[in-house]
Design a protein around this ligand. Structure first.
Ligand code: SAH
Ligand code: SF4
Ligand code: F3S
Length: 433
């Protein structure tokens, strides 16, 4: 049997797809590159914004045609499945199985039952921690790997669907995480990216290692050369964690720290739990500990109540902090969230105009920062051939900047020293020293 998995959404979802793919492969199924060549197609969905949902519904329409023609088994997993539950089958009667993010470990059962002709679903236990314990084999020749350290979110930011579809926070035992990372190092993995919706809450209230203590242990795993993590919540970014950036040699000087809005008034409505002055104070602390740290963030524009002044506050923050990059989104109303009940909605065209303006400002800042690296030499972990040019390799600096340069394929998987010769908007061009 051949299978194909299409993934939407965040890194947690990408990794969940890797977990399902692992289960299918160890049960004798073969991955293929195109849905039309597969006997089983799984769509791992995201419902964080309306656009992500629309992408799913347009894909599933095309998959129905495939099913009509070839009898392909179709499964829907992830956050839309968890949100819609049994309703999904009513809307899309042709699907064969469905389960939320906490049910992905049951994918083999789902396939067996579908092949027997019965609809399988699993939304029952959003608190189920079984997916935490799946350690997928890294793909052949990969040099970096995701490692799940916790699941769920307790923060309930007023706009966000994630706590509803991913359930409450639960942390994986540190022993288990360390065993997985040692195993990855033995298989040649050089970089680990620790995953959780809010990694700063790792093991909160549990008698196990804190997040900084976990980082320290990972830092001494032989073979692992780089450590990154996503995502941090500003309100929980502790002094101990900030200190790690000055202390742990394998922890890359890079952090993703979403601010969401530059206005205290909006942050309050968003239920974010910090003020802009507190946020800026944490940025200053990070830069004091590690002057060269790269900082990226997420930001939402057009949240209900965002007037011109509140938007100006966001622009001011962006100019002041000079982020290395921002993922910015127009607010998307999600049903059953607190923000869906708020007045003073911002018209869509205004939100999109603000988004365009913010993105133009940030583009200039990112370009300026990338150009400022010209002439500097960086350790680059070589990931593979560059997509754009066959005779070029691509890799990342510790700051997570992409560098393309000419080099031999035997460099792949190694850290080489590269001098930047040109900084562009999204990448750097360099030459090996
Ligand atoms: N746990 C992470 C990421 C959550 S989702 C965190 O807290 O940072 C990724 C990003 O999507 C969020 O940071 C936010 O910027 C954006 N997002 C979430 N819900 C949204 C919504 N309803 N409309 C627009 N953007 C949203
Ligand atoms: Fe959503 Fe907020 Fe949780 Fe992030 S911290 S997943 S934005 S509720
Ligand atoms: Fe989307 Fe679910 Fe991630 S809603 S952003 S796939 S947690």
């Amino acid at each position: 049997m051949r299978f194909y998995i299409e993934t939407f959404g965040c890194q947690m979802n990408e990794h969940d797809s890797e977990k399902m793919s692992h289960l299918l492969r160890i049960n004798g199924f073969t991955p293929v590159q195109e849905a039309r060549d597969a006997d089983i197609v799984i769509v791992n969905t995201c419902s964080v914004r309306e656009k992500a949902e629309q992408k799913f519904y347009s894909l599933i329409g095309r998959l129905k045609k495939l099913k009509d023609k070839k009898g392909t088994i179709i499964g829907v997993t992830g956050c839309i499945a968890q949100q819609e539950k049994e309703m999904l089958k009513e809307r899309l009667p042709f699907i064969d199985f469905a389960m939320g993010p906490s049910g992905i470990h049951t994918v083999m059962d789902a396939i067996t039952r579908s092949r027997e002709g019965s609809f399988f679903y699993d939304f029952s236990d959003n608190g189920c921690v079984a997916p935490l314990f799946l350690s997928p084999e890294p793909a052949q020749d990969s040099i970096k790997a995701y490692v799940t350290i916790m699941k769920g979110c307790n923060n309930f930011c007023s706009y966000c669907i994630v706590p509803y579809v991913r359930g409450r926070e639960a942390s994986r035992d540190s022993h288990d995480i360390l065993e997985e990372i040692k195993g990855l190092a033995e298989k040649g993995i050089k970089e680990v990216i620790l995953l959780g919706q809010n990694v700063n809450s790792y093991n909160k209230g549990k008698n196990d290692l804190s997040f900084p203590a976990l980082l320290e242990k990972i830092n001494s795993v032989d073979g692992i050369e780089r450590i990154r993590f996503v995502t941090s919540h500003p309100k929980d970014l502790s002094h101990e964690l900030i200190e790690c950036f000055g202390r742990l040699d394998k922890l890359c000087e890079q952090i993703h720290l979403p601010f969401q809005s530059g206005s205290d008034k909006i942050l309050k409505l968003m239920n974010r739990g910090y003020s802009i002055s507190e946020y800026v104070e944490k940025i200053d602390k990070l830069r004091r500990v590690q002057s060269d740290i790269a900082i990226t963030a997420d930001c939402i524009v057009g949240f209900p109540g965002e007037d011109e002044e509140a938007f100006r506050d966001t622009i001011e923050l962006v100019k002041k902090v000079e982020f290395d990059g921002i993922f910015s989104f127009a607010y998307s109303k999600r049903k059953n969230t607190k923000a869906a009940t708020l007045d003073n909605e911002v018209p869509r065209d205004v939100a999109l105009k603000r988004l365009g303006y913010l993105q133009a400002i940030q583009k200039g800042i990112t370009l300026k920062k990338n150009q400022a690296t010209e002439g500097r030499v960086f350790d680059v972990l070589v990931e593979g051939r560059s997509k754009n040019s066959q005779d070029e390799l691509t890799g990342r600096t510790r700051h997570n900047r992409i560098v393309n340069f000419k080099g031999d394929t035997d460099m792949i998987g190694r850290i080489v020293q590269v001098k930047v010769i040109k900084g562009y908007a999204n990448s750097l061009k360099g030459e090996v020293l």
